[in-house]
Design a protein around this ligand. Structure first.
Ligand code: GCB
Length: 607
């Protein structure tokens, strides 16, 4: 059966039951869960909130750092009125590999923690009774998982994670789990693509459905007026005088899709989304044929206590703080975010660079530092057979899942297909990248620009795959990981020189990372590294350089907030490059960004 990716909703014909709350939870320290019958129900367990990461609730290291299988259990009552419907369990995000049993029967395995999946349970349900869901999760990383990493075995046999990336490898049921009850004759998927016309717009739609009935499509404006309609599984919805979705000035239309037979509505589904186009022309990124300049952040889904867990209250606060700064965009570094965050971005008119969890495709635990070290021989990631045969397929599947999930959001204006891959050390990356880039283009009917975030070693001279990018995204730390402190002026000369090379390529260039670590409250005159005022000086200098280069079409600072990482000598209880602390207090740099961004129009550098 097709993976039902549509966001679950209650309509005339559909019902959603949220299973969030306390679940039973157990570690599987000896890796014997299945042998002991955990899939039939947990006997020794503790309570665990879902959604959340399990790690930060524990006060002992062994549990917090746990790597391996964990088990979750929840029960639900199955109403007999669901008998002639389809009943699915939708897991919104499970880190990172999940196996699902219902009433002791194994039903599904999924390997991609940041993307939802649905499990149809029609054949195993006990109606009018209590049913049991058991999920086994595994958070071990290797060179085939997205993200990539390794682990180490300690003397006592425990495994600990050694990621090739810079964020804590949180685990758990990090996003909601919901029962979704849909009619047998139902809509499975919807794809929208928009075209601007002299009179307004035309939305081309395509609906897949199963079972009987005819498809009808209608569009309503925000006053509830019907502004377009059509019938058939695919067609055109023409709107006159369309109010377009604009940056920080979003207008959403209410699309209604129905499956009808005679006078009966067999199924009904709504999409609230904006109408806009996105293109690249020369070194400009155009939204509705007008150049836009990206101001904003690389972020993380990361907060106290819940770890990587879905937290709508934190997301809401983050949007308020981003608006306060004058930002208009963010990147979902380094994995697809919760759908509810995209829904907020859609309403708030934020430009989103939607990133896959393809991070750590460079064999190093300190990649930004190592890539800057010219003497280090970095082992090529893409030369490995396992990467050519297995990782690539996982990556392509992740592209399919991401495009299918996020294709209709107007806020999603660009795909980031990798963060800081090893794109310079060997030609082996070329066929791999070509497959990923081509598949993305083929699947996305809106043909959004594609890119990857370039680490410093991937410069105009050495990057082997930048030609595939529609926009160049740069992560740069001149003045921090290299030429920091007293060398800051020289760092800016080096930055300027590199940008002059990128300018020649004729594509839009965007900064997806630049920043410095600093501790709230630490200041000094003159500024030294790790102080708040060093971060301000560094940002001011970067901005002077950006303003001189015509091809720079965006600045996304690293990072919106301090976040948790693996511990180590370059991290002081996490990465401190936040413009806000982890509990969202502003550092000095927040005021500097607000000053700059409120004065830079969204169409800064329009021609
Ligand atoms: C990078 C990575 C990001 C790190 C950042 C840093 O280049 O993309 O994940 O957190 O550098 O602060 O080192």
């Amino acid at each position: 059966m097709a993976n039902k990716m549509l966001y679950p909703q209650n309509t005339l014909t559909r019902q959603v039951v949220d299973l969030s709350g306390m679940w039973k939870f157990s570690f599987d320290f000896e890796d014997k869960g299945e042998e002991r019958g955990y899939q039939n129900g947990l006997k020794d367990y503790i309570d665990m909130p879902v959604p959340s990461s399990f790690n930060d609730f524990f006060t002992d290291k062994k549990s917090k750092e746990y790597l391996g299988d964990v088990w979750y259990e929840q029960t639900f009552y199955a109403d007999k009125s669901w008998k002639n419907k389809d009943v699915d369990i939708r897991f919104f995000g499970c880190l990172i590999k999940a196996t699902v049993w219902v009433n002791g029967i194994k039903l599904h395995y999924h390997n991609n923690g940041f993307i939802p999946f649905s499990v149809n349970i029609n054949d195993v349900i006990n109606y009018d009774k209590i049913n049991t869901i058991v999920v086994k999760l595994n958070n071990i990383l290797d060179n085939t998982t997205l993200p990539c990493g390794e682990y180490k075995v300690l003397k006592d046999g425990r495994k600990i994670c050694t990621p090739y990336f810079d964020f804590f490898n949180y685990g758990g049921l990090i996003r909601p789990v919901k029962l979704v009850i849909t009619p047998k004759d139902s809509i499975i998927d919807i794809t929208l693509n928009h075209e601007l016309t002299k009179q307004g717009s035309i939305t081309h739609y395509d609906v897949s459905h199963i079972g009987r009935g005819q498809v009808y499509a209608e569009v309503y404006d925000q006053q509830g007026n019907k502004v377009a309609f059509s019938n058939g599984t695919s067609g055109e919805l023409e709107i006159l005088n369309t109010k377009l979705w604009e940056v920080r000035n979003a207008y959403l239309y209410h699309f209604v899709f129905k499956v009808i037979e005679g006078n009966n509505v067999l199924d009904e589904y709504y999409l609230d989304c904006g109408i806009r186009t996105v293109n690249v022309e020369g070194n400009r990124i155009l939204i509705n044929n007008k150049a836009v300049y990206f101001k904003g952040f690389g972020k993380h889904e990361d907060a106290d206590f819940t770890g990587r867990g879905y937290n709508l209250a934190v997301a809401k606060r983050d949007f308020e703080l981003m608006k306060w700064c004058g930002a208009n965009s963010f990147r979902t570094s380094h994995y697809p975010y919760s759908e509810e965050i995209l829904q907020l971005a859609e309403k708030e008119g934020f430009l989103v660079i939607d990133e896959l969890a393809a991070v750590g495709m460079l064999k190093s635990t300190r990649n930004a530092v190592d890539a800057a070290n010219k003497n280090l021989k970095v082992e090529s990631f893409f030369e490995q057979d396992i990467v050519k045969n297995i990782t690539i397929n996982n990556h392509l599947e992740a592209v399919r899942e991401l495009v299918q999930r996020d294709k209709n959001y107007a806020c999603v204006v660009m795909w980031s297909l990798f963060n800081e891959p090893d794109a310079a050390s060997s030609d082996d990356c070329i066929p791999y990248f070509e497959k990923v880039f081509n598949l993305c283009k083929e699947l996305d009917v809106q043909k959004r620009p594609r890119s990857f975030a370039h680490i410093i070693a991937s410069n105009p001279k050495h990057s082997k795959v930048s030609y595939l990018c529609d926009v160049i995204m740069l992560n740069r730390y001149y003045g921090w990981y290299l030429m920091g402190g007293a060398e800051l002026e020289d760092a800016m000369i080096a930055l300027d020189a590199e940008l002059s090379e990128w300018d020649k390529i004729g594509k839009p260039v965007m900064f997806t990372e630049y920043g410095t670590d600093n501790y709230l409250g630490l200041t000094k005159i003159p500024a030294v590294m790790w102080t708040e005022n060093y971060q301000v000086e560094y940002l001011e200098k970067y901005h002077e350089v950006f303003d001189r280069h015509d091809s720079i079409m965006g600045e996304q600072v690293w990072n919106f907030a301090d976040f948790q990482t693996t511990e180590g000598i370059i991290r002081a209880d996490g990465n401190k490059k936040g413009i806000f602390t982890r509990d969202r207090r502003p550092k000095m740099a927040a005021f500097e960004l607000r000053r700059r961004w409120l004065s830079l129009p969204n169409d800064y550098k329009r021609k």
